[in-house]
Design a protein around this ligand. Structure first.
Ligand SMILES: Cc1cc2nc3c(=O)[nH]c(=O)nc-3n(C[C@H](O)[C@H](O)[C@H](O)COP(=O)(O)OP(=O)(O)OC[C@H]3O[C@@H](n4cnc5c(N)ncnc54)[C@H](O)[C@@H]3O)c2cc1C
Length: 212
């Protein structure tokens, strides 16, 4: 359940913000990576990392030896954010240039996943989120690999989404200026896979054909 708090209320363009759970979940599900920010002895830190969402939780994984993961594991307060850029918005003046985007900001503290079943499922879900159907084509993880990996989860409850859509909004007096204005759509492209030296003789797996 997501509820608006003073911390998740933007001071500017608040009408673009939403606390709708389905919207927030859909932005998180479409984003491959997030940025996690926290304070380390007064020093602001901001680390990009992969994640996935399941139900009301956002999950990340990392090496048990990672300084970043060990810091978050302590349960310190964090701010997580993601953004999807849909278009560059070109107005007739520099002032009104903008971006069409969907972004999420959330506040939470990490909980360490200790349950073996939840941990195994998390490793499967993070792998298949980044490259769908990848997990089933891989050799199974070893116990040692599982032991070397920490899974942390964050409850999605203090979160906001912000969205901008549509065309540029120019000042009335600029509308007739002969200056091109409009949108440049932006998207993440997945291109043809490139086999490494060990896989040159192997056919491209069907799941990768489907992916790209
Ligand atoms: C790709 C991209 C480019 C942007 N470029 C600019 C730019 O150049 N200049 C600029 O001023 N702004 C830009 N923004 C918008 C920016 O993210 C802020 O929303 C905006 O600056 C207003 O901040 P504020 O002072 O109202 O937020 P604050 O009052 O500081 O924020 C309070 C709370 O509002 C919520 N919030 C604020 N912004 C967002 C957000 N984007 N997504 C989800 N929740 C949010 C958070 O919960 C935050 O804790 C951009 C956003 C994106 C995604």
């Amino acid at each position: 359940m997501i509820t608006q708090t003073p911390k998740t209320t933007p001071s500017r363009s608040a009408k673009r913000a939403t606390y709708d759970e389905a919207t927030i979940h859909s932005i998180l599900d479409e984003s491959l990576f997030c940025t996690i920010s926290y304070s380390l002895e007064g020093q602001p830190m901001s680390i990009p990392t992969a994640f996935f969402r399941k139900d009301d939780y956002l999950y990340i994984h990392g090496s048990v030896g990672s300084h970043f993961i060990r810091t978050l594991e302590s349960g310190c307060p964090v701010c997580l954010s993601v953004m999807l850029v849909d278009a560059l918005v070109l107005a007739k003046s520099a002032f009104h240039h903008s971006v069409n985007y969907r972004s999420v900001v959330m506040f939470a503290s990490a909980e360490k996943v200790e349950d073996e079943k939840e941990k195994a499922e998390a490793m499967f879900l993070i792998t298949d989120k980044i490259v769908p159907e990848r997990w089933d084509s891989l050799r199974p993880m070893t116990d040692s690999e599982v032991r070397k990996t920490t899974i942390l989860r964050f409850k999605i409850e203090e979160a906001s989404a912000k969205l901008r859509t549509g065309e540029p909004v120019d000042d009335d007096e600029d509308q007739t200026l002969p200056i091109w204005s409009g949108l440049i759509p932006v998207s993440i492209q997945k291109s043809k896979p490139i086999a490494d030296a060990l896989s040159k003789e192997l056919p491209l797996p069907k799941h990768l054909e489907r992916y790209v």
